[in-house]
Design a protein around this ligand. Sequence first.
Ligand SMILES: *[C@@H]1O[C@H](CO)[C@@H](O)[C@H](O)[C@H]1NC(C)=O
Ligand SMILES: *[C@@H]1O[C@H](CO)[C@@H](O)[C@H](O)[C@H]1NC(C)=O
Ligand SMILES: *[C@@H]1O[C@H](CO)[C@@H](O)[C@H](O)[C@H]1NC(C)=O
Ligand SMILES: *[C@@H]1O[C@H](CO)[C@@H](O)[C@H](O)[C@H]1NC(C)=O
Ligand SMILES: *[C@@H]1O[C@H](CO)[C@@H](O)[C@H](O)[C@H]1NC(C)=O
Ligand SMILES: *[C@@H]1O[C@H](CO)[C@@H](O)[C@H](O)[C@H]1NC(C)=O
Ligand SMILES: *[C@@H]1O[C@H](CO)[C@@H](O)[C@H](O)[C@H]1NC(C)=O
Ligand SMILES: *[C@@H]1O[C@H](CO)[C@@H](O)[C@H](O)[C@H]1NC(C)=O
Length: 359
Amino acid sequence: MNYYYFLFTLALILHICSSSDPYFNTCFSAKCGDVKITYPFYTANQQKLHCGYPGFEVSCQNGSSPYLNISGSNYVIKKIWYENQTFEVVNSIFLPSATQTPNCSGSIRNMTLDSSLFNFAASHNELILLVNCPQNSSTKYKQYMVNCGALAMEENDPEFEGLKHKCDRVVLVPYEGEKESFTEVLRRGVALRWVANNCSDCAHSGGQCGYNQTSSAFQCYCSDGSYSHQCQVAAASAIAIVLLVVLVIYLRRRHAAKKSTFIDLYFPEWIYNQLEVEQGTALQGIMNDEENKIQRKIILVGLWCIQNFPSNRPSMNKVVEMLEGSLESLQMPPKPDLSSPSRSVSYSSSTPQNVVTSI
Ligand SMILES: *[C@@H]1O[C@H](CO)[C@@H](O)[C@H](O)[C@H]1NC(C)=O
Ligand SMILES: *[C@@H]1O[C@H](CO)[C@@H](O)[C@H](O)[C@H]1NC(C)=O
Ligand SMILES: *[C@@H]1O[C@H](CO)[C@@H](O)[C@H](O)[C@H]1NC(C)=O
Ligand SMILES: *[C@@H]1O[C@H](CO)[C@@H](O)[C@H](O)[C@H]1NC(C)=O
Ligand SMILES: *[C@@H]1O[C@H](CO)[C@@H](O)[C@H](O)[C@H]1NC(C)=O
Ligand SMILES: *[C@@H]1O[C@H](CO)[C@@H](O)[C@H](O)[C@H]1NC(C)=O
Ligand SMILES: *[C@@H]1O[C@H](CO)[C@@H](O)[C@H](O)[C@H]1NC(C)=O
Ligand SMILES: *[C@@H]1O[C@H](CO)[C@@H](O)[C@H](O)[C@H]1NC(C)=O
């Protein structure tokens, strides 16, 4: 294989690889018990902060179930359905653990939802819990006693009015479904739906969902940078197309004129100059008119797609529009500029020599 051709191909590959975003491929799912933890949830000891939403930090130790702090209480997440953005929680106070039986007289609180984080997913009922009631009422109302030591009753229970002033606190516990035993209802939990951005567009475009703490906004981390919604699929595939075309042209051109000096140049710039200065005449010698037009069009679209400013790059729809439209309607993109790594992420637009000398 020709030495220059080899270096050139290597340089192009390195060029593409070197533009990969430092945040891309840093978000992986974790496991807490048998619950998968991924965006918008994250667990600080296994995952990165930028991979989840604030308010969705779960804790899990020794492979236990994930715990989430909701309005100052620990809730166990029993299940997460990422496809419909819902999850099921139960206040850990109601769950027996290896070391202790449930005890409601401590710090039990109402479940108050921050509606900017999550809401109830379905219609639910509320069970009344009366906490720290006098001893004699506990014996009198034996049938109301639940395993954590509180009295539980339905909202319309006639005894409620008489009892509520005698006990320390009244707490409402949301639950779904049919009422069986009160103890069972308390352990059943309730489904919540989260508000954080839907991840599916980002994930389907090859990105990873996360959150930017600085801008307090959703981020889609892609191989070529982070975006506010989804990856610019167009750019990646168009770069591949343009590279193929460019290689074909290069090989043909090498046939036509044996001495090649362009290896000294930044490649997109060389291609750009071919289009701009020679207005296609250089390419006309080696292609017929129709072929020339199509290739010019693909190269122009490719040059738009590899713009250093992400905002200059066309969307997938725009790329299709450009490829279908006439050559004359295509604007010349700004000249590729070696000195402008002006992207939000570190990006090295090395010249081929730089890349070659650095390996
Ligand atoms: C985790 O497990 C180890 C050994 O199995 C134990 O020593 C440690 O105390 C556990 N930590 C917690 C927080 O349960
Ligand atoms: C939950 O978070 C609040 C403040 O965000 C904190 O004061 C409280 O201690 C936490 N509770 C638990 C059980 O982690
Ligand atoms: C998320 O977006 C996808 C595609 O736009 C849609 O099919 C899906 O239903 C959405 N999920 C939720 C929970 O809204
Ligand atoms: C429950 O907790 C309270 C205070 O947190 C304590 O006084 C009480 O003895 C505990 N009850 C049981 C049955 O452990
Ligand atoms: C979410 O999806 C799961 C599994 O498909 C289903 O069991 C659950 O009822 C759904 N939740 C809501 C609120 O639609
Ligand atoms: C429980 O005891 C208190 C005094 O300790 C008394 O005032 C109250 O009437 C008693 N309640 C019941 C239901 O026996
Ligand atoms: C829980 O909410 C109910 C209804 O809003 C209220 O009456 C009760 O005092 C609250 N309990 C606590 C401990 O804040
Ligand atoms: C987060 O937002 C800040 C401010 O908008 C921006 O400078 C930074 O590049 C963003 N971080 C990522 C990873 O996109």
